[in-house]
Design a protein around this ligand. Structure first.
Ligand code: ZN
Length: 207
């Protein structure tokens, strides 16, 4: 299923992203992190049914046909932890602190559980990846890490950033020529933070 937005056809799993979109397939990493919208106070992964549907739609996990899904609580926890880790990875592009062992632990869990496969395709390309669609969530999340690896190799990774508003931290793709974009949206976060800083400076200035 696809939805059309601003003359661009977006996959349904990215329909909540709306603006400053990364190119495919990095868009999947952006959409995964932005399943949490602190500004609106919404979280797709806060609701098991919604999370299961989103992960299946994004081909990151095949839901068990029988319901209720016994293993899903563990998967949902891993998805939320991995989302925090990948957000921390993106934060490095705007100079946040190096990742701690706690930040990295969920990614190590994925690497321990996933089963990557090297395939050589009929057109002669060697491809490393999980089986598609991913059978387990760990395989699906390994696919995200491989997308990150490729984006780091081709340079597009550096443009994926977190909004400079500490209350927002939305992942956005900086297409600006200067590569100095700092806000998911200037009208909301940019001006909000600037006004807040201005008020703080005025408050600190003796009358
Ligand atoms: Zn923002």
């Amino acid at each position: 299923m696809t939805v059309t937005l601003n003359d661009m056809t977006l996959p349904s799993w990215a329909s909540h992203v709306e603006d400053k979109l990364a190119p495919m397939p990095l868009l999947l990493v952006q959409a995964f992190v932005d399943t949490l919208d602190r500004d609106l106070g919404t979280d797709i992964f806060a609701h098991p049914d919604e999370a299961s549907a989103w992960l299946a739609d994004a081909s990151l996990r095949v839901p068990d046909p029988g319901r209720p899904e016994p293993g899903f609580a563990d998967d949902l926890r891993l998805a939320r932890e991995a989302r925090d880790s990948i957000r921390a990875l993106i934060g490095r592009n705007t100079g946040t602190e190096p990742l701690t062992a706690d930040d990295l632990a969920p990614l190590e869990k994925i690497l321990g559980q996933a089963q990557p496969r090297l395939e050589v395709t009929a057109d002669g390309r060697a491809r490393l990846g999980p089986a598609l669609p991913a059978e387990t969530l760990a395989d699906g999340l390994l696919g995200l890490l491989l997308i990150i690896r490729d984006a780091q190799a081709d340079g597009s990774w550096d443009r994926l950033k977190l909004c400079g508003n500490p209350d927002c931290r939305w992942a956005f793709y900086d297409r600006s020529h200067s590569r100095r974009g700092a806000w998911c949206d200037m009208a909301s976060c940019g001006n909000r933070v600037k006004n807040r800083n201005l008020r703080a400076r005025r408050a600190a200035t003796p009358a």
